[in-house]
Ligand binder design. Structure first.
Ligand code: GLU
Length: 477
């Protein structure tokens, strides 16, 4: 059997959404599990939607996620070039074959004429099909005029889709669609068929929005005498309500935004691979290597997969906690607040150690760790407005802090000893932990949350801890 060859064929239009990347993961997994090849082809023929820098963004994102391609775009390969705009001659060569067979014709119908045809179809309560208005004497084809496919074989098509099962559609789905636009570049409908054939692609894995065009594609494969590959159309990703296709309005961010917020690559990949796929077990945490082994297209679900951002954050938490500090540290570099640079790696790792369990995304690191690296800005309102502290007089709060200083006098500064001291302090002051510890916590950090108090104190050290408590006393007076 010939080796599996799959492709990811994005259009460089800027924003890389969740669905785009899922369309890359599945073909990647299918290729890797069989020792096949994964190709990156850039479908850049729609010059109106082209965005400068979008290709580089796609490449960088795929690389970050570990979805490395074997051929394509920047690295070339046996079937180069991998940018559609550089393959014009190839499309024209195939187009001429169709013209010679009488299966394609030039079309210079002006737009207002097309509108008039559409009106006729509307008046007759018929769907508009260009083939009903095929020009009698089309001009000779040359660049500057569009080229259309001539549907010569109107029939019902039946085909198999690995995900969607056995499908069929009648001749109403067939039309004389445009193969080559006026600018000489192919439409997606023509370009991808030629490229997949030339690049020996064995599996087309893409979004279900292409299913309705399948009869047109099958008809074109037949006209071109190309043996068509295996098809797998994956269902839409739905918004949180599970009723509509996911859109930016659902609050779903671009893949880059999630990564930039500090969702780990591993978590995002895990999440996206499982968006509409599972192996039938309860397993939720998947490494790339496990996915490569277990993934199969026939277990991709047919109905839409609901996008649940909380699930993504939960998975991210699981991944964050699965790493040792030495593994996690390099991933956090970009997320420490700038003053962290003034501290040695060992200190930064200590901070990370106490925060690891509390991080949701790495971006939280900034607010959650800043007070370990610089003096926090004292904020008396944060103390007096705290829900556990508001009912007390300033003088009472100062008393507790004074007692804290006394208890911490001449203490061995370790986590265990400090915990004992803090417990003693509860007895001495006769306060609830939520009250007393909230006060000390705010005095030390002025942050909305912080890790266990004894751990925080160990990292800050005896002197800083005491100074900050003294400063809070001053503030309250
Ligand atoms: N360029 C198409 C897109 O971005 C690719 C679809 C396909 O995978 O064939 O939607």
């Amino acid at each position: 059997m010939s080796k599996i060859r799959t492709r990811f064929a994005p259009s460089p239009t800027g924003y890389i959404h969740i669905g785009n990347v899922r369309s890359a993961i599945y073909p990647y997994l299918i290729a890797k599990q069989s020792g096949g090849k994964f190709v990156l082809r850039i479908e850049d023929t729609d010059r109106n939607r082209y965005v400068e820098g979008a290709t580089e963004l796609i490449e960088a994102t795929l690389k970050r996620l570990g979805l490395n391609w074997d051929e394509g775009a920047d690295i070339g390969g046996k079937y180069a070039p991998y940018f559609q705009t550089e393959r014009k001659e190839i499309y024209h060569k195939w187009a001429k074959r169709l013209i010679d067979k009488g299966l394609a014709y030039a079309d210079d119908t002006p737009p207002d004429q097309i509108e008039a045809y559409k009106k006729i179809a509307r008046d007759q309560k018929q769907p508009f099909l260009f083939r009903d208005f095929r020009p009698k004497n089309p001009p000779a084809w040359r660049e500057g005029i569009a080229l259309r496919f001539k549907q010569a074989n109107l029939k019902r098509w039946h085909w198999h889709d690995v995900v969607m099962g056995d499908l069929s559609a009648g001749e109403g789905a067939l039309d004389d669609f445009i193969l080559i636009k006026q600018d000489g570049l192919p439409t997606y409908n023509f370009g991808h068929i030629i490229d997949d054939a030339e690049m020996k692609i064995t599996h087309i894995i893409r979004g279900q929005e292409y299913i309705s065009s399948m009869p047109n594609y099958l008809s074109l494969y037949e006209a071109l005498e190309i043996k068509y590959p295996i098809f797998a159309h994956v269902p839409h990703i739905l918004g949180a309500t599970g009723t509509k296709k996911l859109s930016k309005r659902d609050g779903a961010k671009s893949v880059t935004e999630y990564l930039d917020e500090g969702v780990l690559e591993e978590a995002l990949l895990n999440f996206l691979a499982c968006l509409g796929w599972n192996d039938g077990s309860e397993k939720e945490i998947w490494t790339m290597a496990e996915l490569v082994k277990a993934f199969s297209l026939d277990k991709v679900q047919r109905s839409g997969a609901r996008f649940d951002e909380n699930k993504l954050l939960w998975l991210n938490g699981q991944w964050l906690r699965s790493f040792t500090i030495d593994e996690l540290y390099p991933r956090c570099q970009a997320f420490f607040p700038p003053p962290a640079q003034n501290y040695p790696e060992t200190y930064q790792k200590q901070v990370l150690g106490v925060l690891q369990d509390r991080l949701k995304v790495l971006k939280d690191l900034e607010v959650m760790s800043i007070y370990f690296f610089e003096e926090p800005k004292a904020d008396v309102a944060m103390i007096l407005g705290n829900k556990f502290l508001r009912k007390y007089q300033k003088s009472e709060l100062t008393d507790w802090l004074e007692q804290t200083l006394t208890v911490l006098e001449a203490t061995t500064w370790t986590s265990d000893v400090l915990q004992k001291k803090l417990n003693q302090l509860l007895e001495i002051t006769n306060r609830k932990p939520a009250e007393l510890f909230s006060l000390i916590r705010i005095a030390l950090s002025y942050a909305p949350f912080s890790p266990a108090l004894n751990d925080t104190m160990v990292i800050l050290g005896a002197q800083t801890t005491k100074t900050r408590i003294k400063n809070a006393i001053q503030l309250l007076r």
